[in-house]
Design a binder for this molecule. Structure first.
Ligand SMILES: [Zn+2]
Ligand SMILES: [Zn+2]
Length: 891
């Protein structure tokens, strides 16, 4: 009954006496014979139990050892502390917390439980990743020595819980235990990572006083704290005082300068290090390469890699990874993928970060095939089910519109996190599968991972994006009540951006108003989504209001916000506000300059646009495609054909950019403005691109203005070849052929008419008066018609005397002779009606291109009433002042 049969797989070794505890009398070494089992009974000598336990531990038969412990308990025996510690050590070696806990449960079997056994338990829990249990044992101890503290601090440091490591340091000093030369570096490492420079300095002074500072490791660790905390002066002083500098010393200081972006000094140190005879190691090279990549200076990073290779060092996975992600993030994505291939060919195994970088590069490029290649590499590496790699794969497949591929990856991922779920749901919505997205959302609620605020936001913007705003609003309302998830700014942004993208500007602005009244903080995303909705002449007050929020939230310093405001103010007719903001932006990028130059062009201010372009070049900035289009437009407006032509040839010759269609259109307009129609035609004939719709439309406009009916017909015939005709185009063509007496096109026109009629746009104008927006349509039956008509009749004759008809009368809108009065005229009349004073500035927005007659009327009104009119139509902004329009009568 009492016999326990223990299998004994081989000959047992001689076990030396394990501890300094009093030796039993029988001193002959125990020798187990080759029997396959030994049996333990009550009569078994206690020392034999210990010996047997040690034997089992050494052999790794932990399960059996625990069975022996059971036997020990049942027989009221005890185990020696060393034997027990040995058992714990074996559990650590086996990484089996399960067995470890069983051993811990029998801690009462240890004779007079000494401190080192408990410390061992702390180590066991910490090394097996059970920090809480480790702390529990630690807190329950009657006393603790340096080793106990080391074990506990080691546990926190292994889990990268730097703050707690520092806290432990203070606690141990309070208990009167001082760290030694091994523990100090660990605490200092935590200080550096937690950014706790103060504790670093304190330790520095302690180690100087105690003499430990002479240890190289300790000194290097103090230096690392200063470098990591950005205290480069302190770091430098310590560094200079150090007589023996090794690679670690140099690396710390170089990394400090790298972190601050002071690459010049970092590089200088790198040279100095070699001059002083310390060879830079792989870590040193990688430090510089990583920093140069992060700063977007990939070329220098690349050169460094070649240099390190020439010095006989082989770039490792970190070197390659930083280059791949550096190139990827700096818009040199295909080079990033080439590097990835090269790395594989050299036999360097990518890690998770490498794969994630490569995959997200493929996603940005929407390069499905290369993405699949990286995917197969990931599978070969056994990382196909890794959550980080998997998440980036889901994103890649979704962006490449391969939602099934994304789902396949999703299903394979072992430990899905919220990000995996969210990406997959988003993938479904992006592909238009709202049902599947919703289904997954429900499944997620049943899974171990609960929907978070991002999940709800993804759902809301998913429905918005697919035009189902009812569902989106429904979810928005439910998320707090049913989902128990507090809405954040991004939740509101989903609605704002959704409405703005669906063209429902008023609703977008309505949500914004709600956010303001509920004091939901706006962020740059809110502002960037809503501002384009306000980029028109009648929303200026809204723009000012949003700008107010931007200032209050301190968002003006966000460059993208400032750029968007510059653009919006220009489009709202407040170019002077744009300029003021532009001058305030200290670090301008190319978009800042383009927004301002484009704004000037929109306002017809070619002189200011060209001045700004000069200034931009003085600052050493290179123009991009957008800038060059604006500059061509500036020369058009100025009527400077030769200068414009020079700019056009500089696009390829100086700026090494292949001119795009928009540049060709701008040149046709350049000739068109100057009335050099023959050259325009010649230019079109010789252009290397196939002339598209916009080219012929530009020529057609030029012909209308310069009264060249024959050429207008030629352009009109080419326009007919395109299927994009809107009703207004149809209207233009019909009039052209009518004027020319050409009817053979009637057949084609008929076909176009059917198409176009469906898209017929009524002329509409909007005007703002006393903060209210009024809308006018060219309709005789409108209630305000009578009242405004009489005012208009009065000025009509004066307008005729003011300027005579001198252009081809081909207009987008039906002629007023049919009894209707164009909407913008009604709006102008409305601005005067009911006002006791003449308005100073009138702002009107129109959906179609203004006709010559209305243009003339507007000019006359500004001359005779001394006011200004801003009117934006489908072509450009007209700024009427003193009887002149900023478009130079070319629109
Ligand atoms: Zn008109
Ligand atoms: Zn004009």
């Amino acid at each position: 009954m009492e016999n326990l049969i223990i299998p004994c797989k081989s000959r047992l070794p001689v076990v030396p006496p394990p501890s300094p505890t009093p030796q039993p009398k029988q001193d002959t070494p125990l020798e187990f014979t080759t029997r396959s089992f030994i049996s333990l009974s009550r009569k078994t000598h206690p020392r034999m139990v210990d010996a047997h336990l040690n034997y089992l531990c050494n052999k790794g038969h932990l399960g059996e050892a625990i069975a022996v412990l059971d036997y020990v308990r049942q027989n009221g025996l005890k185990v020696r502390p060393n034997t027990y510690a040995n058992l714990i050590e074996s559990c650590i070696a086996e990484d089996s917390i399960h067995l470890g806990r069983k051993v811990h449960a029998m801690v009462d079997l240890v004779e007079s439980l000494p401190l080192f056994v408990e410390t061992k338990l702390v180590s066991m829990y910490s090394k097996c990743g059970c920090l809480k249990d480790a702390r529990k044992v630690f807190d329950g101890m009657r006393e603790r020595n340096l080793y106990t503290w080391s074990a506990m601090i080691g546990a926190y440091s292994r889990e990268k819980r730097w703050r707690e490591v520092v806290d432990m340091f203070y606690l141990m000093v309070e208990e009167g235990v001082m760290p030694d030369g091994f523990l100090f570096p660990k605490i200092l490492q935590a200080c550096g990572n937690a950014g706790d420079n103060r504790t670093g300095m304190l330790i520095h002074s302690i180690v100087i006083r105690s003499g430990i500072c002479s240890y190289k490791r300790v000194r290097n660790s103090v230096l690392a704290v200063y470098a990591k905390c950005g205290e480069l002066n302190l770091a430098r002083r310590l560094f200079d005082s150090m007589e023996q500098k090794d690679t670690v010393t140099w690396n710390s200081l170089i990394s400090g300068y790298c972190q601050k972006g002071e690459m010049k000094e970092a590089y200088r140190l790198f040279d100095a290090m070699q001059e002083e005879g310390t060879k830079p190691g792989l870590v040193t090279w990688n430090l510089l390469i990583v920093s140069y990549c992060q700063m977007g200076n990939c070329n220098v990073a690349m050169e460094l890699m070649k240099k390190m290779e020439s010095q006989g060092l082989v770039p490792d996975v970190f070197t390659w990874t930083s280059l791949i992600s550096g190139f990827g993030q700096n818009n040199r994505r295909s080079q990033a993928l080439d590097l990835f291939r090269e790395m594989l060919m050299l036999g360097i195994k990518p890690n998770g970060v490498t794969l994630t970088s490569a995959i997200s590069t493929c996603a940005s490029l929407q390069a499905l095939n290369r993405g699949k290649e990286v995917h197969s590499v990931a599978i070969k590496m056994g990382l196909g089910d890794n959550v980080l790699v998997g998440n980036s794969l889901i994103d890649m497949y979704s962006k490449c519109e391969e939602v099934e591929g994304a789902r396949w990856v999703f299903d394979v991922i072992k430990d899905k996190d919220a990000y995996s779920w969210n990406s997959m749901i988003k993938g479904y919505f992006n592909a238009g599968y709202c049902g599947k997205g919703h289904e997954l959302f429900l499944t997620m609620q049943e899974s171990d991972v609960q929907p978070n605020v991002i999940t709800w936001n993804v759902m809301i913007s998913g429905y918005m994006q697919n035009g189902d705003d009812d569902q989106a609003i429904n979810l928005f309302k439910r998320m707090e009540k049913d989902g128990k998830i507090k809405r954040n700014t991004a939740s509101w942004n989903s609605l704002v951006a959704g409405y703005a993208q669906n063209g429902q500007k008023d609703k977008a602005l309505g949500i914004l108003r709600q956010m303001q009244s509920l004091h939901v903080p706006l962020n740059s995303v809110t502002v960037l989504s809503v501002l384009p909705s306000c980029a028109n002449l009648i929303a200026i007050n809204k723009v000012k209001e949003i700008h107010g929020c931007v200032v209050r939230r301190d968002l003006e310093s966000v460059l993208s916000v400032a750029n968007s405001l510059i653009d919006t103010y220009a489009k709202s007719g407040k170019i002077e506000y744009s300029r003021r903001l532009f001058d305030r932006v200290t670090l301008k990028d190319i978009i800042t300059w383009n927004s301002m130059i484009g704004g000037y062009i929109w306002h017809g201010c070619h002189g200011s646009a060209l001045d700004l372009y000069d200034l931009m070049r003085q600052f050493g900035l290179k123009p991009n495609r957008g800038t060059l289009v604006s500059i061509l437009n500036a020369y058009s407006l100025a009527g400077l054909v030769e200068e414009g032509k020079q700019v056009f040839s500089s696009i390829t010759e100086e700026h090494l950019i292949v001119p795009a269609l928009e540049h060709y259109v701008a040149v046709v307009e350049l000739y068109g403005h100057a009335g050099r129609l023959g050259e325009a035609v010649e230019f079109i004939e010789n252009m290397p691109l196939v002339p598209e719709f916009s080219i012929w439309l530009a020529l057609f406009s030029a012909c209308r203005i310069h009264k060249n009916i024959a050429l207008a017909v030629l352009a009109a015939e080419r326009l007919l070849e395109f299927e994009v005709g809107s009703y207004s185009i149809y209207q233009l063509l019909l009039q052209t052929f009518g004027l020319y007496g050409k009817s053979e096109h009637s057949l084609k026109l008929k076909r176009l008419e059917k198409d176009a009629l469906a898209r017929k746009l009524l002329g509409e104008s909007w005007i703002i008066r006393e903060n209210k927006v009024y809308r006018f349509i060219a309709d005789q039956s409108a209630p305000y018609f009578e009242h405004l008509h009489s005012w208009l009749q009065e000025i009509e004759e004066k307008v005729r005397a003011f300027e005579s008809y001198d252009r081809l009368c081909i207009e987008e809108e039906e002629k007023e002779e049919s009894g209707q009065i164009h909407s913008e005229k009604l709006a102008i009349a409305f601005a005067f009606a009911g006002e006791c004073r003449t308005p100073r500035t009138i702002r009107i927005m129109k959906n179609l291109r203004m006709c010559a007659d209305c243009h003339r009327t507007a000019k006359y009104v500004t001359l005779s009433y001394g006011c200004e009119i801003y009117l934006s139509d489908s072509k450009c902004l007209h700024h009427f002042k003193d009887g002149v329009c900023s478009c130079g009568d070319y629109w």
